[in-house]
Write a protein of this length. Structure first.
Length: 69
């Protein structure tokens, strides 16, 4: 997964992503690990950062066990 971020991250940093699932009608929490990052100049004074990540795992929803998936 590629992330477009307003601040830099470092290689091997773990990032928590929360996203809504239209299919299951619930919030999903996924942990990803940063594999690489590149600065992207947006304007003369502003930089954004593109980060390539790999999925580590999805956290179970509150009140659910991993076996419920």
């Amino acid at each position: 997964m590629l992330l477009f971020l307003p601040e830099p991250v470092i290689k091997r940093q773990v990032v928590e992503i929360q996203a809504s699932s239209k299919v299951k009608k619930r919030q999903r929490t996924i942990l990803v690990e940063v594999c690489w990052t590149r600065p992207i100049p947006v304007s003369a004074r502003v930089k954004m950062y593109l980060a390539g990540t790999r999925f580590l795992f999805e956290l179970p929803a509150p009140g659910r066990s991993p076996q419920d998936h």
